[in-house]
Design a protein around this ligand. Sequence first.
Ligand SMILES: CC(C)(COP(=O)(O)OP(=O)(O)OC[C@H]1O[C@@H](n2cnc3c(N)ncnc32)[C@H](O)[C@@H]1OP(=O)(O)O)[C@@H](O)C(=O)NCCC(=O)NCCS
Length: 196
Amino acid sequence: MSGQKRLPPWHEKFRLRDGRELLIRPIRQEDAAPIRGAFSLLEPQEIRQRFLSPMNELSVDQAAALCTPDSRTAFALVAAEPMIPGEALVGAVARAHILDGGKQAEYTVLVSRFIAGQGVGRHLMRRLVKWARGRNVQQLQGDVLDDNQPMLQLVKSLGFRVLPGHQTPGMSRVVLDLDTAAGRLGEAEPAPTAPA
Ligand SMILES: CC(C)(COP(=O)(O)OP(=O)(O)OC[C@H]1O[C@@H](n2cnc3c(N)ncnc32)[C@H](O)[C@@H]1OP(=O)(O)O)[C@@H](O)C(=O)NCCC(=O)NCCS
């Protein structure tokens, strides 16, 4: 792999069911340009499901903010080509940040349709759960559109509860209680397609 020595110190290989290999690693500042470039490949529905509203582009500032999380309160991972950050195409981004008060964290995730359905979303969510638990967060939560069955199925399978009565019609809040058995399910190691 070219440039392997310059890969981030923590990374793990992830083999897709179609045989392609990706790296799961913390997001880097250098990922901003590839992520902005990949934004134009997203379908309007993918953008709506992730950002909960239409967007035409990810601005330079938005990409820079996404790619420089404050390590005290936030964590962001990418699934990317096995190349150095900045050269690697980024196929998925997952992020969690601790909310005011420190007891809850909120996640977002987006897996490109070009690699969807191959276990990446589940793997990234488990890593976010692990990070949140390590930060003594009690609940990991997210907002999901009611018509987003893939995400609803995914989080339910990880032990999240779907809360009724969201203030925005057509949206549900999903919550994982990290100190319960269901919360521990969310961190359990994934199937063999995703070696640690
Ligand atoms: C939802 C999303 C993250 C799933 O990522 P993914 O990598 O395709 O998911 P995985 O392959 O890991 O699948 C995990 C589970 O999700 C559910 N799932 C995935 N695709 C599904 C589909 N098309 N229909 C129903 N359930 C689906 C299943 O429960 C699946 O488990 P299984 O493989 O054991 O059946 C991805 O589709 C996505 O990024 N969507 C757009 C953005 C978004 O909705 N973000 C969430 C709000 S922040």
